[in-house]
Unconditional design. Sequence first.
Length: 409
Amino acid sequence: MSTTDRRHHVVFLGAGYLSIWSYRALKRKVGKQVDFTVVAPATVHTFHGWTGEVLSGELPPDAQLSPIAEAMPAARHVRGFARSVDRAARTVEVERVDGAKQTVHYDHLIVGTGQYEDLGRVEGMEEHAFRLRDAGRTGKLAAHLDHCVESARSAKDEKLRRKSLSVVVAGGGLAGVEASVAIAQRLARATEGTPERECADVVLVSTTGELATEMPPKLRAHVREEIQGNGVRVLAPARVVAVAADGVKLDDGAWLSASTVVAAVGNKPRPLPGLDDLPVDDRGAVRTDRLLQIAPGVWSGGDAASVPLASGEPCPVDAAWAIGQGSWVGANVARVIRGRRQRAFTWKSVGVTAGFGRDHAVLEAWGMAFRGRVAWLSRAAFFGYYLPSRPQLRRVLRALISRRRGKRA
């Protein structure tokens, strides 16, 4: 039986952008010839594009969460963690969330395990800092901030109010910048017209003086304007070296009191036995070739991988590039199934964007810079289009309309 006649089993490790867009390309091109399995512990895909909107209160926490059953409806979902790969046997050993062990066989393996938050390098950060990557984390932080506002309202003196409403965000990249602005906006709305308004204090700590280096230099000044316009204080260059329940210690010995610490630092690719003998870059990300392969029958991309551009330089690591790489991986696996030659990766991202509340955003697209309402609308349209689930997009739009009506009322 030829490869084009028999059924093929494609296994996805992780349910992030890479896996979902690989699945879509495969389903469209060779769906009738393929059985799909996705290995992931959660039942949902977390859409990080709307982290700021959830933190600011523009969208409800579940706006980020697209059910995997909707995003990859033809895939069998094994809820668990991939613990090792046997490339010779073409198997993956999985530890399911119920504690059972399961062996999953594959013909083609797509590794989209992403990154994890390696917070152990900073004393106390693992125990005391909020994080944003995993499903439900943003919602927990939003609920905690609301609790802090209630605590401030019931506090008997200004010192306690200030402590309740003090927030430190560690990390001066786009994730930290967007989170700090969104938190400041949430606290400002919640305390508007009250004595607590002057007590809210959001501090962004960055190891470098240049913030949001993912953005082109011509837009970083506008990012700074958004930070300052929302009252976020910036400490840079500075480094958080220890975190406690009531604040953080900086590398110069200074102590910042805070009831809330947010970690937007420390992401690291997940090593996986059976693939850990493959070449990696200085982040620890596995190096792919131009076909996005890392071994025979195994492809990767997104946060988990270092993907070379035609120039030899590595691709930027963000959601847009992961989506493009996912589509490319899916197309290349489909070519293998059809007995055709794979193609070298030549996809290019449109650009990069960041949001700071309604009508406030920056966008670099096709080398052109935009800001304000045009950037905000373009960003919203882009994120809506790339939300993994159409039913989830409809739910988000209904929630947004409902909240707008509630504010006008």
